[in-house]
Ligand binder design. Structure first.
Ligand code: PLP
Length: 453
């Protein structure tokens, strides 16, 4: 790849970042890796060191980096028209909306509201649900993340909501979604019992809140950043049934799990449910230009054919972003990415399961499509997590540093490592990089055996 002459060294880039950038979810001024270029599943720092992007950055670069089909579509559109305001029609916007409705199922879904990212998508879905139902309350899960704007933060379950709760926000009710492993159960064995218990608790909570006050249940179809949590069998269907019983809308957040991460267009398509609204972002353009949105069904679309949609954004349906979206959607289809993901799952899943058998520091492996996670434990028998939820400790950051030193870039949290490579990853690339994980896990085992953890 030809690069323009460097004006700043990597050291300067990093130093200016440390001085001037307010760093997301961190104290400002910390260490940062300056990255110069990215291509395929790789990116390179300024010293020329290559990293395999085993998390698709923030589980968004589904089609990897520098894909000519998307880059060219953006360039061609930029030459023609970079942006047209939401009140006007433009070909990329009209095309992409039609493609998204068709991917979700045009028998049920009718329209799309475009946003710039995942948080705005959930923000607007929440507003729409309140307008359509005339109700206030939004139920969402503790083990979840829905974005960092005010309502999306308040709907999020993990610690990232706390700053948004300062001053209070009305109508956000949390329920505990099941996590088979962490709650002490076994997937494939205890599903029916956990589903029954969880749904009974949820229904009781809805009754205490007054179901006539509940506008929507907002859920990640498969919880992502809180650890690729696979729901027990029948759970999502049960939530849908409760929503139907009480006239509550179901919003599935597909920001992370959508666009073939699980092998299907949308992760809810792994269950026997149809949400009323689907929120999306990330994989729709794979980050080449930011874009998000809400796909709505007939009930919601009908309402806004009779009533004014009180939602709007200057850049709703941004022309360049939609051009990137059309190119990405075409690529997913033409290259049968869903089929490829299922083939690669055939390598990733058994490997992760093998890691769980082999290493004393791995309690469980979970994987659907190329959405994988290793649950890290101090004690396999008791399932004591590597670090307790909400309590920072040195060992997980140490693991991520050791992986990165060996060119394996990914992220995780107190007690898990996420493995979510770009969906275009090949068998050879997986076979080259997965052993790095094995090597680092062996080092963690040794520390556990040596009583250091
Ligand atoms: C499930 C889910 N919803 C919403 C968001 C927020 O998206 P964004 O950061 O684009 O606002 C994220 C981000 O990681 C996410 O994983």
């Amino acid at each position: 790849m030809e690069l323009a002459k460097r004006e700043w060294s990597g050291k300067e880039v990093a130093e200016m970042h440390r001085q001037y950038i307010m760093q997301s979810w961190s104290k400002c001024g910390g260490d940062v890796l300056p990255v110069e270029k990215a291509k395929g599943i790789y990116f390179w720092d300024y010293d020329g060191k290559k990293y395999a992007d085993m998390a698709s950055l923030l589980v968004c670069s589904n089609l990897g980096h520098g894909l000519p089909e998307i880059v060219e579509a953006v360039k061609t559109q930029a030459d023609k028209m970079c942006f047209m305001a939401p009140a006007y029609a433009s070909e990329p916007k009209s095309r992409l909306a039609k493609m998204l409705v068709e991917a979700a199922g045009s028998d049920i879904y009718r329209r799309v509201f475009f946003t710039n990212d995942g948080a705005e998508s959930n923000e607007n879905a929440i507003k729409m649900a309140r307008m359509v139902t005339g109700r206030t309350k939004i139920f969402s899960c503790y083990r979840s993340y829905h974005g960092a704007t005010l309502a999306a933060s308040n709907a999020s379950g993990d610690w990232r909501r706390f700053a948004a709760e300062i001053g209070g926000a009305n109508g956000f009710v949390k329920f505990m979604n099941p996590h088979m492993y962490r709650d002490g159960y076994d997937k494939g064995v205890d599903d029916a019992m956990v589903t029954k218990k969880s749904l009974e608790a949820l229904e009781l909570q809805m009754r205490y809140e007054g179901p006539e006050n509940v506008a929507a249940v907002l859920m990640e179809s498969i919880v992502g950043a809180n650890g690729v949590i696979l729901p027990p069998d029948g759970y999502m269907e049960g939530v849908r049934a409760l929503c139907d019983k009480y006239g509550i809308l179901l919003i599935c957040d597909e920001v992370m799990a959508g666009f073939f991460r699980t092998g299907k267009w949308f992760a809810w398509q792994n269950f026997d449910i149809k949400p009323d609204m689907i929120t999306f972002a990330k994989g729709v353009t794979c980050g080449y230009v930011p874009l998000g949105g809400v796909i709505v069904n007939g009930r919601v679309a009908d309402y806004f054919e009779e009533n004014v949609l009180q939602c709007g954004l200057t850049y709703s349906g941004h022309t360049l972003a939609c051009a990137a979206g059309v190119a990405a959607m075409n690529y997913y289809k033409e290259h049968e990415i869903g089929k490829h993901v299922m083939q690669m799952q055939g390598i990733l899943m058994p490997f992760l399961e093998h890691m769980a058998e082999k290493h004393i520091c791995v309690g469980e492996a979970r994987c659907i499509g190329l959405f994988g996670v290793l649950e890290m434990v101090k004690n396999k028998q008791t399932r004591e997590p590597m670090q307790e939820y909400g309590i920072p400790g040195p060992w997980m950051p140490w693991i991520f540093t050791e992986l990165k030193k060996r060119g394996f870039a990914t992220f995780g949290r107190e007690n898990f490592i996420e493995i979510c490579p770009p969906l275009i990853i090949t068998e050879r690339e997986l076979e080259e990089y997965l052993p790095v994980l094995d090597e680092v896990l062996t080092m963690v085992d040794e520390k556990l055996e040596g009583g250091m953890l």
